[in-house]
Design a protein around this ligand. Structure first.
Ligand code: FNR
Length: 367
């Protein structure tokens, strides 16, 4: 369908599914085992209700938020997602360029289809990016990658993904035994997709470089090789959120990898509520971000009212790559408009000031 007929983020996913690119759809949309966490992420947002305030003079509102010191039109970043070229020719350049046009930030993936040096040139010269790191079993490879990132002024934060020490079983992707998708990530041929006895899972057959010995003590090693603020992506309990804070991380991302890691991991909204209950102090000491199933501007508003400083959106943007930079920009515009509308209807005029103000929320259904 023409881009102008897509009016919300899910429309991008539906359009991609209909396009008939079966293997790419299985890779992008797929999640682990029985999809419980995938579905829970999304349905949880619908169980959180607002307490709208009225008569607030809502003509002028402010959606801007800085994240890790970087200004953004709204508190939204595009999630790191592997091999965006599976969705469209422009690949990650569409994500980076479209994010810049929409005023938000793209977090590049270690498993991108092109090097970060290429991706950043899709945006204006000083436009900020984040970078997501998978630590390689061969630590020297990670050190070399970090050295390259240290040369890239546009990269402003390092999101270290910790929820996927092994790639999980994503059955839709396994069932399509088609190893033909080309990619050229940083590690060259070693990470070509293939087919084996289990199936043709794109992430599984390319993800075996991830180091499953990674642990908290490795943060000291990382710090030796990067000057970037370190953000731990994949926090799923209050205990681990507290450790991240004690270890001096700049922030955390509450994430279950979009339901693509451990199935039956709690919805990320459940985890956010757990943090509010068990360690409310961390929200002022480091940046708390969240991703998973965020599809509406009202979901973004909910996350901010619960104290998050930023929200990641994944699959819809990957699907928007099918429409190139223009598609990603359009997705940004739709979301920006929804955030503004939700704020006005809820009586919130300034996102930054309302951050953590739970008086705008009714959490009864989640308790
Ligand atoms: C991902 N995700 C991911 N995460 C990460 O840290 N590194 C990666 O390379 C990838 N790759 C990836 C590919 C695809 C196709 C998807 C859909 C997801 C997880 C991603 O960053 C994020 O946590 C979830 O996608 C958020 O959930 P939603 O918004 O897709 O529901």
């Amino acid at each position: 369908p023409p881009l102008s007929t897509l009016i919300n983020l899910e429309d991008f996913e539906l359009a991609f599914e209909k396009s008939g690119a079966k293997k790419a759809w299985a890779y992008i949309h797929g999640a682990s085992n029985d999809l419980h966490s995938l579905n829970a992420n999304k349905s949880a947002w619908g169980k959180l209700w607002f307490r709208p305030r009225i008569m607030r003079k809502v003509r002028d509102i402010n959606t801007k938020m800085s994240m890790f010191g970087q200004p953004s039109a709204m508190p939204v970043w595009i999630c790191p997602m592997g091999i965006a070229k599976t969705a469209g020719e422009e690949g990650e350049r569409a994500l980076g360029g479209g994010a810049a046009k929409g005023g938000i930030i793209h977090c590049m993936s270690t498993s991108s289809s092109m090097p970060p040096e290429d991706i950043v040139t899709a945006a204006p010269k000083t436009y900020p990016f984040f970078f997501q790191l998978y630590v390689d079993r061969t630590r020297e490879k990670t050190e070399a990658l970090l050295a390259r990132l240290n040369q890239l002024d546009q990269v402003k934060a390092l999101f270290v993904t910790v929820d996927l020490p092994v790639v999980s079983k994503r059955e839709a992707d396994e069932r399509i035994r088609q190893p033909t998708l080309k990619m050229s990530n940083y590690f060259g041929d070693a990470n070509k997709s293939s087919v084996d006895k289990i199936g043709g899972g794109l992430a599984r057959t390319t993800g075996n470089f991830i180091d499953n010995t990674l642990n908290w003590e490795d943060l000291a090693w990382l710090r030796k090789h990067t000057h970037l603020p370190i953000v731990v992506k994949g926090i799923q309990s209050a205990e681990d959120a507290k450790i991240a804070m004690q270890m001096g991380c700049a922030g955390i991302v509450i994430s279950n990898h979009g339901g693509r890691a451990l199935d039956n991991a709690p919805s990320t909204l459940m985890v956010l509520m757990e943090l509010r209950r068990d360690c409310p102090e961390i929200f002022d000491k480091m940046e708390v971000h969240i991703d998973g199933g965020v599809r509406r501007g009202s979901d973004v508003l909910k996350a901010i009212l619960l104290g998050a400083r930023g929200v990641g959106v994944g699959r819809p943007f990957q699907c928007a790559v099918a429409y190139g930079t223009e598609g990603v920009e359009h997705a940004c515009e739709l979301l920006q408009d929804e955030v503004e509308t939700a704020m006005r209807l809820c009586g919130v005029t300034d996102l930054e000031k309302a951050r953590g103000d739970m008086s705008y929320l009714n959490c009864a259904e989640l308790e």
